[in-house]
Every structure is written in structure tokens, then in C-alpha cells.
Design a protein around this ligand. Structure first.
Ligand code: MG
Length: 345
């Protein structure tokens, strides 16, 4: 197995603001693995609050003994090996897992979605995320989202009702809300949730602090809208403590170390009777296609990564009526890889 990787700065269309911070770009590590002549592509999206960056990713990749991976890939053992090298660092582990899944599909001559048992006809609509901004920019962002059938709104500051009213002045699409832990008073939060229900909000992510299990559970018990954990869940091992505190989880490949463990999280959520939203970070089509492959196994999808960026080096995945189309191509189905990304190959 050979590995080639390249740091890449993904530029965002609009400065991205949520309850706790704002930024203009996201560092990625793009990865190509080659196994017996078959190439697989992966990607780490290293959003700053998760603690990974170009330097940590490079250091990690240098530690990996690529000769340990041989077909058939035992993904459970591979993730366990990567966890033994260093704890944490889920995004760069996801890059490796995604590239290996791509190779696995190509060796079997099957799309990744088929290998995971995902039925393309069950694809949920994917939402388009609107970050916190001025009313003028928000109206522009809503106009940008014309190909999408659901909008996701970032709330969690002190003008939540005003933001929703701005959206509602220009769109009557169903809404998902992400409070990003921004709500601190549960009585005020439940009032707001009932109001949001009347405004056509279909789900709410991480209303209160991730460590405030009781506060989030209190809201879950009373909310007419599904309440999902996002910041409160990363890996499979986090799932047990969420049971009963949330209606569902936001599973992201960059938190779960990729497709293998992401799929395990979906199965675990189902065994608890919980719902699943598949989410993403700022990503290119590479990681997004890995998410799309698992999306039919989930209730909702938030896989808008490539649409919020200006320099996605790959072809955009195809959308129709707000849903991604899955192509009958082996592996991730990434086409037209720009050779400039991997100059040493
Ligand atoms: Mg979220």
C-alpha cells in the first residue's frame, strides 16, 4: 500500500458563523492510497474546534505502517490499530478509512452504498445550511439554496426568532435548526422549541451544552420536535450515554473515524430506537460521497459540504429535487481526479 497526501485549504463561500465562532476556510488533508494498482481517495476535514490540523495529520500519517493493510480489509481491526497509534484524531483516521472503502469497492467492483446495504431509492433530501449572518446576507444565502428542499439554520445567539422570521420572509421550505449548544435556560429553550415547531422546524441539533445531559434530556422529554445530539457524540463508544437523553444523533464521518464506525453508529442508534441525521463538515465531493453512500440508511441528511465552498477540486455530486443521485460506479464513484492534487503519483 502506498500513500500520497496533500494539504488543501478549502475556501468557504461565506464566512461561516455558528453560536461559538466564525471562519473563512477549512484545512483538509487529501489522501490517495494505492493497493496493488488500485487507487482509493480519502479526505480529512479538520475544522478548528476538533483540534486537528495539517501538522497533526502529517505526523499521524507518518506513523502509519501501510504494510499492515491487506485485502480483505478488516475495518474493525484497522480502526483499532489506528486508535492504538494515537487516541483522538478522528478526521485523519476517517481519511484512511474512506480511501480503503473506495479501494474495497473497486476490488469488489461494487459501489460503497451497495456494500453497506444502502438502497438508493431511500435517499433522504439533503439540507442546505445557512450560517448566522445579517438579514441581507441570509436572504442571499436562501436564494443560493434554490436546488435544495430543506434549509438548516444555525441558531443559539440572542436573535433566534428574528433569524427565523428573516428566513420565513423569503422561504417556506421545511427547516432544521442547529443550536450548537447555544441555549442555556431550559425553560426559555422549550418555549422557543414550541415556537419553532409552529414555524415548520423539523429537527433540532444540540440545544444545550454537550455535557448537560439532564438539560438536553429534559427538553427531549417535552419537545414536539426531534432533539439530536451532535457535539455530544463522536465515536461509537459515546452512544451508550445518549440513550434516553436525545431522540437521535448527528453522525459525521469526520467524528466517527469514517464509514466503518459511522455505519456501526447507525446500527447502534437503530437498536436504541433512535433517529439518525448524517452530517458533514466543510468537505469536498470525496468525503461527501462517502456520506452519501450511507445516507439512505439514515432519516435525514445534511451533506451540503461542497455547495458551501468555492474550490471543491472534484466534480460536484449530482442532486435532483434536493436529493443526491447514487451512480452505479465502484467504490465512492469519484470521477475526474485532478492530477495536480497528487503530483508525486
Ligand atoms: Mg451541529
Amino acid at each position: 500500500m502506498q500513500a500520497v497526501y496533500k494539504p488543501y485549504l478549502l475556501e468557504l463561500k461565506h464566512p461561516f458563523s455558528i453560536a461559538k465562532f466564525s471562519r473563512n476556510n477549512t484545512p483538509l488533508m487529501l489522501l490517495k492510497l494505492t493497493y496493488e494498482g488500485i487507487e482509493g481517495y480519502g479526505e480529512a476535514s479538520m475544522v478548528p474546534y476538533m483540534g486537528e490540523n495539517f501538522e497533526t495529520a502529517t505526523r499521524f500519517l507518518k506513523k502509519v505502517d501501510w504494510n499492515k493493510f491487506s485485502y480483505p480489509f478488516d475495518f474493525k481491526a484497522i480502526i483499532s490499530y489506528l486508535d492504538d497509534l494515537v487516541t483522538g484524531h478522528p478526521a485523519i483516521k476517517a481519511a484512511i478509512d474512506i480511501a480503503l472503502n473506495d479501494i474495497n469497492g473497486k476490488i469488489q467492483d461494487k459501489p460503497c452504498y451497495e456494500i453497506y446495504g444502502a438502497d438508493p431509492s431511500q435517499m433522504p433530501a439533503t439540507c442546505y445550511t445557512i450560517g448566522i449572518d445579517t438579514p441581507e446576507i441570509i436572504r442571499k444565502k436562501v436564494a443560493d439554496a434554490k436546488d435544495f428542499k430543506v434549509l438548516k439554520i444555525k441558531l443559539g445567539r440572542d436573535n433566534d426568532r428574528e433569524l427565523i422570521n428573516t428566513i420565513r420572509s423569503v422561504s417556506d421550505l421545511p427547516l432544521y435548526v442547529d443550536a450548537n449548544q447555544g441555549w442555556t435556560d431550559k425553560a426559555q429553550a422549550i418555549d422557543l422549541i414550541y415556537w419553532l415547531h409552529d414555524q415548520g422546524v423539523r429537527l433540532i441539533e444540540q440545544p444545550m451544552d454537550k455535557l448537560n445531559r439532564d438539560g438536553n434530556a429534559w427538553l427531549t422529554e417535552r419537545s414536539p420536535i426531534p432533539i439530536l445530539a451532535d457535539e455530544a457524540v463522536q465515536r461509537l463508544a459515546d452512544m451508550d450515554k445518549l440513550k434516553g437523553a436525545y431522540h437521535g444523533v448527528n453522525m459525521k464521518l469526520m467524528k466517527s473515524t469514517g464509514m466503518y464506525e459511522g455505519h456501526q453508529i447507525i446500527l447502534k442508534a437503530r437498536s436504541f430506537g433512535m433517529k439518525v441525521l448524517i452530517g458533514c463538515m466543510s468537505e469536498t465531493s470525496c468525503a461527501t460521497r462517502a456520506g452519501i453512500a450511507l445516507a439512505p440508511l439514515c432519516d435525514w441528511a445534511d451533506l451540503d459540504g461542497p455547495w458551501l465552498t468555492t474550490n471543491n477540486p472534484f466534480k460536484d455530486p449530482e442532486l435532483k429535487n434536493g436529493k443526491y443521485l447514487l451512480a452505479d460506479l465502484p467504490g465512492l464513484g469519484l470521477q475526474e481526479i485532478p492530477t495536480a492534487l497528487f503530483p508525486y503519483s
